[in-house]
Design a protein around this ligand. Sequence first.
Ligand SMILES: [Fe+2]
Length: 498
Amino acid sequence: MSPESAKRRVRLTPVNPASRWPDIDLQPGDTKTIGRGSQANVVLEDPSLSRLHARLTLEPGGVLRVEDLGSTNGVMINGSPQPGALLKADDVVGFGFVEYTVLIREGTQSQAPAPTISDQTIMRVSVSKDAALPADKVVLEALLATSRELMAFGDLPALLDRVLDRLQAIVKPDRTAILLFDQTTGVLTPRAVRPRGAYTSVSQFASSTVIREALSSPDALIISDPMSDPRLQHAASVVQAYVRSAICVPLFGRAGAIGALYADRVGAAEDFTPELAQYAAAFASYAASALETAQLYEDRERHFRATLEAFAKAIDARDPYTAGHSERVTKYALTLARARGLSDEDRETIRRGAMLHDIGKVGVPDAVLRKAGPLNASERAAIEAHTTTGFRMLQAVPFLMEALPLVRSHHERWDGHGYPDKLAGTRIHPHARLLSVADTYDAMTSARPYRGAIAREEAARRIRSESGKQFDPAAVEVFDLVEGEFHALREGTSVALV
Ligand SMILES: [Fe+2]
């Protein structure tokens, strides 16, 4: 035998690359049985196969042999039934109706000179900060475009999408994903995937071993032939998707690793090259910084929202009769905002303003706030002051600037007889006009010290009767559209997030 044939490895790959069948790899000296039964080394669960259908042997000298083990539907070589045969490159062998192409690979390793090769499967490509810019014009343009545009995204989901768009253009993978460490739990989680829904956990990737390996240094990793590596061949992704080649690049932010970029090719695709891994790594360095910023922003938003909710609960806790008022009013107001077709930004402003609209009540004495009987003039003034007190409390908070009109003006009336500024008509901020309807509906349908809850139909009738008086007619028209949703929210039968 020649030295070359002694190093020969063989892969049989499904003729139909979109099929669910795995590649079959053989090293010199290997024997593998193929069949439908679980006793076979390679299980192909297709009714056209017998339980133990055929045997493949790669002899130490490099000769590949197939034998029919008495199957019902036989072994076909290039369309002809054969009880046994020697196979050569590009032969098509059929086990029942499942067809494979024979690929012969001389040698066992890539001969690429630049990268440091850790082993046959996982190749480490060092990424030097001083490395020359990529020579490929398309890639260079993509990288430059990326560096300009990524920092402009403050919204993490949109940024994740754009990063995957750009990665797609650079490395042309079949599947891609961005994994980020969850800020709260520290768990590495897929945050964006292509195709959508392809993965929901790290273990569905080529291997969590690979991801861990990638995060251990700034190097990019190329994974080739994971099916031939005992560390990887049982990984769910490898088995289910027949991963041929994968790139995994760590994402390092200012404070350390924030996650990883992953891309793979499946079926009969070509392996990724070290150059592509280096491009992906250059791209990842831009992406990491933008992602870290967006992630911090998202994190800040989440904490901020939790703080608002805590404030809202604290306000409502002052008065047992108003338990849950701010939360319900927020849901009603967001329902109106959605029906009005307002933008995401406007809805976020309304969420903040509605959550905090009564925060100024912290300045109203309990004796007044909880008084069951009629209020005298000074008590009424103390209650009404909650709008201006709340406005002053929040005035210094930059994130709440847009929400201030809701806090100050939610008791203004369309006819100009409201408070604190006696604004009328369109001089009242449109968000405050919506909030006024939401607030009044909840006040009417909740019990008060001085009266029971008003039935929802009666509350709706009173809102309609105040169109053009207390309320903006356009806001009442929107209420008419979503009255049923208000009732469902009131009864707790709606779980919809608005
Ligand atoms: Fe109020």
